[in-house]
Design a binder for this molecule. Sequence first.
Ligand SMILES: C[S@@+](CC[C@H](N)C(=O)[O-])C[C@H]1O[C@@H](n2cnc3c(N)ncnc32)[C@H](O)[C@@H]1O
Length: 167
Amino acid sequence: MSAYYRGRRAQSYDQRWRNFTQLTLEETLAIIDIEAIGHHAMEHQRAPRLLDVACGTGVLLSLLHERIPTASLSGVDASRDMLMQARQRLPAISSLRLEHAIVGPGERAGLPFPPDSFDLITCTNVLHDLADPVNTIAGLRLLLVPEGRLVIEDYARRSPAVRLQHR
Ligand SMILES: C[S@@+](CC[C@H](N)C(=O)[O-])C[C@H]1O[C@@H](n2cnc3c(N)ncnc32)[C@H](O)[C@@H]1O
């Protein structure tokens, strides 16, 4: 995992990336059908279960908690320093589970949850950093209930940043 998410860099992450985080997570929330997730869980007479993969400092989990206060929330991240900030940000509710874990290819994306655990899995601003995103996504799929949703947001260059002209 990149040193970018450790120590002082992790501590100042929110400050340095505030605008970016706000913009990208607003986009993410806009495509999550909160009502459908709530309905589905209600049909099964339980609270909605949400997982944020590579949750960083917990901003998205906190926004999801505001929108679905009854949901049980899980977050995993490869950086203990980022997780420490997520712990400080999020309310001390019994339905919150934050774990140090490295997501990757393999069964259930290498994460410590049984199959069919979640109604919603989010994964923002990290896919570009993963060695094998296709197989990681396949593993995450197994953690979802059959009608579950996987919401992925990431960035990519549309075209080369610098155009070189050969003479
Ligand atoms: C750019 S931050 C994004 C944080 C958060 N998802 C957001 O959108 O604000 C990337 C995060 O991914 C985590 N990360 C990178 N590779 C990971 C991996 N293989 N497994 C779990 N977390 C990872 C980093 O520790 C960091 O917290």
